[in-house]
Design a protein around this ligand. Structure first.
Ligand SMILES: [Zn+2]
Length: 355
């Protein structure tokens, strides 16, 4: 039953609240009809019926005025990212150029999402986002495995769910803009109901995401080989940890105490790239690390085990950074500068507000 509710929301996104609204309207209509015959009963239940109805209306309004999500990333065409496009085309059996968008953002991560336009009449539009740090730090073999993993998510149709769930949650939270839980009874009741629903949804969604990750790893391994997939997972884990330790954790500290914006992230990554990519013991440390229980990804050990490995002590030679092979020479530099500039502006605003 819980899975069913989750599946409906993953399919319908914010429109999943429509059945709730319809139900509330039906309750109100029936209540109006019994009004003449059972006046006393009708009056006694009036507060309950009106609360349900108002809550449903608040949900409907919250749904209608959902703010659109803006993404701060860069759209890369074939000229900017010839290598990335080529890898995508090679790995994606249902590749249709007009139905594909490639974005580059600032995360050490990659993701894929899917939207159906015109009710899916012309196929699904797939958007893949690849983080610039991923391209700088991994080698081409590892990026290829990561892309195979993302393409597998799309092929296995894991893709639209996350967006839809996020939509639904935002729509649900919008309700409180119209029915303040501190001020109105409706808002108060809706908060109690939604709170437990959202909490359960998040838990279910986490479990589902983890299953999906393992399935995508296996599907990708069919294309690039289990060894390559495992190697990429280990590299992402180890380099990701170094990236946090060497770049993002110190940066965060500096920003907190800064009077002017400190040197920006991509400049730092370039400076320390050799240390971040240095070969060294790979899994022992990362397998032992504590895993975030709220993560939508399973722990590395579990992912490796599902591919048939207990430990990867050696990822082989770490080849040249993928960025030179996957992006055009100018694009690599320009993107890093552009992201750093955006970051500097944001932090500068923030630092001057703080003073
Ligand atoms: Zn994934």
């Amino acid at each position: 039953m819980k899975r069913l509710v989750l599946q409906i929301i993953l399919r319908l996104g914010r429109y999943a609240v429509l059945p709730v609204v319809a139900l509330a309207c039906t309750i109100l209509a029936s209540w109006l009809m019994i009004m003449d015959r059972y006046t006393i009963a009708a009056l006694a239940t009036a507060p309950i019926v009106f609360t349900i109805f108002m809550a449903a209306m608040a949900l409907a309004i919250g749904l209608l005025f959902l703010p659109s999500r803006k993404h701060r990333s860069f759209e890369a065409d074939e000229e900017t990212a010839p290598g990335l496009w080529a890898v995508w085309k090679e790995l994606d059996r249902s590749f249709v150029r007009s139905n594909r968008t490639l974005l580059v953002d600032t995360d050490f991560n990659a993701s894929i999402s899917e939207t159906s336009r015109y009710a899916g009449l012309f196929g699904q539009h797939v958007t893949m986002t690849v983080g610039l740090p991923l391209l700088m730090i991994l080698d081409q073999r590892a990026v290829r495995a990561v892309i195979a993993h993302e393409v597998a998510h799309a092929r296995l149709r894991h893709t639209s769910g996350g967006t839809n769930l996020a939509d639904f949650m935002t729509a649900a939270e919008n309700v409180f803009f119209y029915a303040d839980p501190e001020q109105t009874v409706t808002g108060y009741i809706v908060r109690i109901l939604l709170h437990s629903l959202l909490e359960r949804l998040e838990k279910e969604y986490r479990a589902l995401s983890r299953e999906n990750e393992l399935a995508a790893d296996l599907e990708a391994a069919e294309q690039v080989g289990r060894g390559e997939m495992a190697r990429a997972l280990v590299m992402v884990e180890v380099f990701g940890t170094r990236l946090i330790d060497l770049i993002f954790a110190p940066l965060q500290k500096e920003v907190l105490g800064a009077i002017k914006a400190p040197s920006p992230p991509f400049a730092r990554i370039s400076d320390q790239i050799a240390t971040i990519r240095a070969p060294g013991p790979m899994t022992a440390a990362s397998l032992g690390r504590e895993h975030d229980p709220d993560s939508t990804h399973p722990p590395l050990g579990q992912r490796l085990a599902s591919l048939g490995y207990t430990d990867i002590s050696d990822v082989g030679e770490i080849q040249a950074s993928a960025i030179d092979q996957l992006l055009s020479p100018n694009a690599a530099n320009e993107l890093a500068l552009r992201f750093d500039e955006e970051w500097r502006k944001k932090v500068q605003d923030w630092v001057s507000v703080g003073r």
